[in-house]
Ligand binder design. Structure first.
Ligand code: 1PR
Length: 580
């Protein structure tokens, strides 16, 4: 997968090939998929042992891969020319974006042919995600589109008709098919996947396969031949396990003993997410805050913003404590333009240097015109968040307006922030955050909205409720219910739903199971249950009674009432698969 369609104007300057005339040592030309083949020259490698060559063709966020490589003590040399590929002493190719535009760039720049030559010479290579898929013959993603053709087989889309949610997002288990050195420490532990397309095992490609993964059907999770490796999952986002995979690739001769046997991974794990609501306090410092039903001010005479800690420190702590993801919500983003909010971007940059699980950031993603009349598109805002280290962005208010318009006209304009960002960065990178408030009613026929019979009656004995969507941090109710919104945003390109509930937020009395069941049954993308967690039992309750893929909590973690590990241990005891 999956995302940024690379229009020619999108290509970064790093893609421009500088045609040099180096003194040739060897020339290569190959690959049936390249009609106008170029001849490349190779100079003796001068790369020092501490240098990793990175093929970043400018299509999206590879900051996490860079951070992980640097964290492991290596410098990065960016590929500027096909010769840089051929001269690399080790090459990492974190493919991002959609298959077709990636192939187009590789073909146009001559990088594809250089890659094929490099791999055929059995030079150290690690492809990640799309960097694995491109090695195959073709992909069905907006295709069929021809790939590099090094590995027999076609890349196809997951089938969501059998109840499996697409994109496949989360921590899943590997079945090791053969010795692969870089997977030596994985044992029975989970690794992080995020993709909608996958390559399937067959007799023709079985000699390449080093591990598979089950998600509806068995797909190729990694390949290995000689020094050539590629993985469908994201080692740079797979915590300690992922770092050890990268370490074994970067230090192939290390004699570190295998750490197999740990963990109990067998299938896609339910995720536990730590959420940090962030805003400036009255002194202008960026703090982690937490509301009661979205009111984040202390109930004191001073009425100051509740301050529960520093964003970077807390995020790092939650990573160490075992959070499967960390979310930042810039809760005043609706009124303070995020690109003016440089501290928030700085928070992301610092966090992503040391936190190797997925990071989501939300707040203020919309078109904006500043006081000087300069227009910023939501795509620019999102791009800045991605560049600063976010893996996913979350859209709140703007998604509500987009869904309202779509339901009113029945037309997908392609111009909403949701559509544009998901088209460029892929559905899997776009979360829609829903902030509904319960509206109790006596008779479902009294309203035009999707109602449910509630488990606990309302204050006046009402047996039914509908969930009214809000914007601007819960300040304004809109004429659309959470059910309709969820279905509309799925159609518009959301890859995941973060489902809050204003009534439950900060109450510690448990998630709104009625609401979460309603929404997680209505859509086929993953749903994150949020608001109201108070004790570990609330997590097992939401996972057993609904189809939520993840559960998010804030207050109990910030106030150190319940450690993340206690939640995980409890879930494990209840027979619910989690990443340990
Ligand atoms: O509308 O695109 O600018 O996005 C704004 C984002 O900020 C939305 O995702 C919205 O949910 C969030 N937000 C706005 N105001 C508040 C507030 O609290 N005043 N926070 C707010 C939302 C809800 C959860 C919270 C859970 C878990 N916070 O994220 O973390 O309810 O809390 P708990 O475990 O303590 O119960 P836009």
């Amino acid at each position: 997968m999956e995302a940024p369609p690379l229009t020619p104007s999108y290509s970064s300057t790093s893609l421009l090939i500088r045609h040099k005339n180096p003194s040739s040592v060897t020339t290569f030309s190959r690959s049936p998929n390249f009609k106008n083949r170029t001849k490349f020259s190779i100079r003796a490698s001068s790369s020092a042992d501490s240098v990793v060559t990175l093929l970043d063709y400018g299509a999206g966020n590879v900051r996490s891969v860079r951070n992980a490589i640097r964290f492991l003590g290596f410098e990065i040399k960016d590929v500027q020319t096909p010769e840089d590929i051929l001269n690399a002493s080790r090459l990492v190719f974190p493919g991002v974006g959609a298959f077709a535009p990636a192939m187009e760039v590789l073909s146009k720049t001559g990088m594809g042919e250089a890659l094929c030559s490099y791999i055929e010479r059995d030079r150290p290579f690690l492809g990640i995600c799309l960097g694995l898929q491109l090695l195959f013959e073709s992909s069905e993603e907006n295709g069929p589109i021809k790939g590099l053709g090094l590995i027999p087989g076609t890349v196809g889309r997951f089938d969501s008709s059998n109840g499996f949610r697409v994109p496949h997002i989360g921590w899943n288990a590997l079945q090791i098919a053969k010795e692969s050195e870089i997977l030596d420490d994985v044992g029975n532990r989970h690794v992080y996947f995020v993709h909608s397309y996958r390559a399937m095992p067959s007799d023709d490609n079985k000699e390449w396969i080093s591990s598979t993964c089950d998600y509806g059907d068995k797909f190729i999770a990694s390949i290995r031949r000689g020094k050539v490796h590629a993985v469908q999952f994201h080692p740079e986002k797979s915590g300690d396990v992922g770092l050890s995979i990268l370490r074994r690739f970067l230090y192939p001769k290390s004699n570190v003993a295998k750490k197999t046997g740990e963990g109990k991974a067998s299938k896609l794990a339910k995720r536990v997410i730590a959420c940090l609501d962030v805003r400036a306090n009255d002194n202008g410092d960026l703090v982690v805050t937490k509301g009661d039903q979205y009111d984040v001010r202390e109930n004191t005479k001073e009425n100051e913003v509740r301050n529960l800690g520093k964003p970077v420190e807390l995020a790092e702590q939650y990573y160490k404590d075992g959070a499967d993801e960390v979310s930042f919500l810039n809760i005043t983003g609706f009124r303070d333009f995020p690109l003016g909010d440089l501290p928030m971007l700085q928070v992301l940059r610092y966090t992503s240097e040391n936190v190797f699980v997925p990071l989501t950031v939300g707040g203020g993603i919309r078109d904006f015109t500043d006081s000087q009349g300069r227009h910023y598109s939501s795509l620019e805002v999102a791009a800045e968040y991605f560049r600063s280290g976010a893996d996913k962005i979350s859209i709140g208010s703007d998604a509500v307006y987009a869904a309202e318009e779509y339901l009113r006209t029945g037309v997908k304009t392609g111009k909403t922030s949701l559509e544009q960002i998901s088209r460029v960065y892929g559905n899997q990178a776009v979360v829609v955050s829903i902030d509904p408030r319960r509206v109790y009613i006596n008779n479902p026929n009294d309203v035009q909205f999707q109602t449910i019979k509630v488990s606990s009656p309302g204050p006046n004995g009402e047996e039914y409720a509908w969930y009214q969507c809000t914007v601007n941090g819960g300040r304004e109710g809109r004429p659309i219910d959470a059910y309709e919104l969820a279905k509309a945003v799925e159609e518009l390109g959301a890859g995941e739903i973060l489902l809050n509930c204003i009534d439950c937020d900060g109450q510690g009395k448990g998630f709104d199971v009625d609401l979460i069941k309603l929404i997680s049954d209505a859509v086929s993308i993953p749903v994150i249950a949020s608001s109201g967690a108070g004790v570990p039992d609330h997590f097992s309750n939401v996972f057993t009674k609904t189809n939520a893929s993840a559960a998010l909590a804030a207050g109990i973690f910030h106030r150190k009432e319940v450690p993340i590990q206690s939640v995980k241990e409890h879930l494990l005891k209840e027979g619910i698969e989690v990443r340990i």
